[in-house]
Design a protein around this ligand. Sequence first.
Ligand SMILES: [Zn+2]
Length: 211
Amino acid sequence: MTKKKLMILIDKDTGYPLCARGHVRSPENLQKSGVCKICARDQQRKYQKNNKAKVKERNKRYKANNKEKVRESNLKYYIENKEKLNEYSKKYFKENREKLIEYNRKWAIENPLKIKEHQESYVNKNREKINERQRKRYAENPEKYRQVNRERVNARRRKNYELLTDSYMAELLGIKLKDCPKRLIELKRKQVKLKRKINKELELAKNEEKA
Ligand SMILES: [Zn+2]
């Protein structure tokens, strides 16, 4: 009967024993159970690599069943690594600026409803904050904001006039856009176009008279 001898190798530099694969078994490299951390991590990576679908499914299930816990742990991780993460994302944005802008632009075009929903929900959740911010900005520089407001109103008028938008037609009819039948909007648009045509003809006739 032969007994296998367990050879324990010692790291010459640190005096700590080595694990079966040659990693130093220092206190920092040991799990509570005494397993070598590097080996455990390697094994975990190997398992994850060989069981991608299973791991993905398990993670998904875990996240779904532990929403609060996952959120807390993500938040904790974020707070503890805030500076590093901010630095990293700043650097990432700088290095991929063009690509990210292009990606966002494309995404926005493909998902207009999501953007609208997101904006609406943000405004609803932060109405007080937004109003307060606007009041403050206005108070700090009223002339500038009056000017901005005038420009905005003028731009909207121009757009309404040129494009004969649905909302403008509803406004002319004195009905809220959401209560205004599509058919009525189309009729109103025809009427406005016709009126403009008549006015133009009248103008021409007047000028001919003068000449
Ligand atoms: Zn090891």
